[in-house]
Design a protein. Structure first.
Length: 549
């Protein structure tokens, strides 16, 4: 419920204030947990909230020169932080749920653990640490330059199963060290990591260390160092893996080390994105000394959109910076882009992988769409409650929906179907996993032959389709998923041959084939690519059973 000038807020019990080293800078603690950094004036304002004094009187006493809307917005942020009675939240414990999809299991003995670890490490100067880090990273860049072609092959070709298992184990250890580095850096600077443990983050297992105590650090650059300590671990691991790959020529180990290096680099790059709540955002927020930067800029971005689209009232900015609105809009778009990219990579990697993987792809897509609808519906309800004209809200909403429907129906996009292929002698055969019925592959349709890598694909040839009667066979596992397992074959059905334009001599033994099916509207393409193609093997099996009956 929005605040009014007649409300009488009360400071929540258990809120205390602690002055840090900087003059005039205080920490607001809720049940002993740092909540935010505040000024002395804010401390006086919060302390005066006794449940009897109205916000009008508080504004007259402490912020008479501030606009009323801006003052109410400030108090609203106090409420959102849990500093006011009635809005308090218990501090995180051993088991904590954080909406929408995070569940944490923690130990509360983390301070003692990191303190013992800190005592075991030989003290090093800051310059020594930075110089060593710079040397290792430069050597890693040199090793990467010497192995550019091999790194590209790792990205675009199937990885061996033993190598993949080794990389997964190594990445798990690196993630543990990544989080531990945050806690160790905080301990080294005099703070205390309150909690550490294991969590399910959007259904993905991960480790975590609670470093909110970093707000006690008076030096903002120490807080930046705490945030960047984790990515530094993965950056060093990538450099070491690249150097080790130069020294170890064994193909299996060499490929695994390069894949580990590429994975660590990807983790570093994603972590440094400042528009999501990753380490890069924490470092950026700490460098600017602007608590709750993302929430404040998102508020400004949403207000801007509301005003432009629906004629909402102009409100004071939560962050008085010229880039507040574009940064907030980027914070809204970046998570959507990351999710769509991840889903597209999963769909591309698993498409054509058989009935089970096809159903998994469709379930994943449906879950993403459902979550998106819920988030959008919640945002629209908030806009409607903000006081905009209902008539304009309905008119703009209807116009946007109609525009999206029309654009989706008019824009032509190419439609493709994804199959596996195998090379046998001088023949390239299109295959579909399982015992499929006759697939609908047009005679003479163009096809692109692609390598099947975990992270990327490369064109390895092209040609045209030559349909053939379905013929049962067995193909390597790499036809289903981009993982090579020697001696592991799976049942499949040959559905067509390929007249290769470029000659079949350089075509790899296995890969993915993208068959062009013409152009359709955006909606038809999304349906064909996202639903029909992944479920094609399941539909073929059902059709075959009906024919047998």
């Amino acid at each position: 419920m929005p605040l009014t000038a007649e409300d009488r807020p009360l400071l929540a019990p258990g809120v205390v204030f602690e002055e840090v080293g900087e003059a005039g800078v205080w920490i607001a603690l809720l049940q002993g947990v740092p909540s935010s950094r505040v000024s002395r004036a804010v401390v006086d304002l919060l302390t005066a909230m006794d449940g009897e004094t109205t916000l009008r009187d508080l504004r007259t006493r402490f912020a008479a020169s501030e606009p009323r809307e801006e003052f109410l917005l400030l108090v609203q942020r106090f409420r959102a932080s849990g500093l006011l009675a009635g809005d308090t939240k218990p501090p995180p414990g051993r088991v904590t749920y954080r909406p929408p999809f995070t569940l944490q299991f923690a130990t509360l003995r983390a301070p003692a653990f990191f303190d013992r670890w800190n005592r075991l490490i030989v003290p090093l100067s800051r310059r020594g640490v930075l110089a060593s880090l710079l040397v290792v990273l430069c050597l890693g860049l040199g090793a990467a330059a010497l192995q550019t072609g091999e790194v590209w092959d790792v990205l675009t070709m199937p990885v061996s199963l033993p190598g993949l298992v080794g990389v997964v184990i190594a990445l798990s250890v690196m993630t543990l060290l990544h989080e531990s580095a945050h806690g160790l850096a905080l301990t080294r600077f005099g703070g205390e990591p309150r909690r550490a443990g294991f969590m399910l983050y959007y259904l993905t297992p991960a480790f975590f260390v609670d470093v909110t105590d970093g707000w006690r650090l008076s030096d903002r650059w120490q807080r930046v160092a705490v945030a960047l300590a984790g990515p530094a671990v993965h950056a060093v691991a990538a450099a070491v893996a690249l150097l080790a790959a130069l020294a170890l020529p064994d193909p299996l180990i060499h490929q695994a080390l390069l894949l580990l290096a590429v994975s660590c680099v990807a983790i570093v790059l994603v972590n440094l994105i400042p528009f999501v709540r990753f380490d890069g955002y924490i470092a950026f927020m700490s460098a600017l000394d602007e608590p709750n930067l993302r929430d404040r800029t998102i508020h400004d971005g949403v207000d801007f959109l509301t005003r432009i689209l629906f004629g909402g009232p102009r409100t004071a900015r939560s962050l008085d910076r010229w880039w507040s609105v574009p940064f907030g809009l980027a914070c809204l778009v970046a998570p959507i882009a990351l999710v769509l990219f991840a889903v597209s990579r999963v769909v591309r990697a698993l498409a054509g992988g058989g009935p089970v993987l096809g159903v998994l792809v469709v379930v994943l897509e449906a879950a993403v769409v459902l979550v998106g609808i819920v988030i959008l519906s919640t945002a629209l309800r908030r806009v409607l409650r903000s006081g905009v004209s209902r008539l304009r809200f309905v008119a703009v909403g209807a116009t946007l929906i109609a525009s999206i429907v029309v654009v989706g129906a008019v824009i032509p996009l190419p439609v493709t179907a994804t199959y596996g292929f195998v090379t046998r002698g001088d023949r390239v055969l299109l295959v579909q996993p399982g015992t499929a019925a006759e697939a609908e592959v047009p005679d003479g349709a163009p096809v692109e032959l692609m390598s099947a890598g975990l992270l990327a694909s490369a064109r390895v040839g092209g040609g045209t389709i030559r349909p053939e009667p379905p013929m049962p066979t067995e193909v390597p596992w790499a036809v289903l998923v981009p993982v090579a397992a020697d001696g592991v074959d799976v049942p499949a059905t040959v559905i067509a041959g390929v007249d290769v334009d470029d000659g079949g001599g350089s075509t790899p033994p296995t890969g993915r084939a993208q068959v062009a099916l013409g152009t359709r509207s955006l909606w038809q393409t999304l349906w064909a690519t996202g639903v029909v193609s992944p479920l094609s093997a399941l539909l073929d099996q059902k059709h075959e059973r009906q024919e047998d009956d």
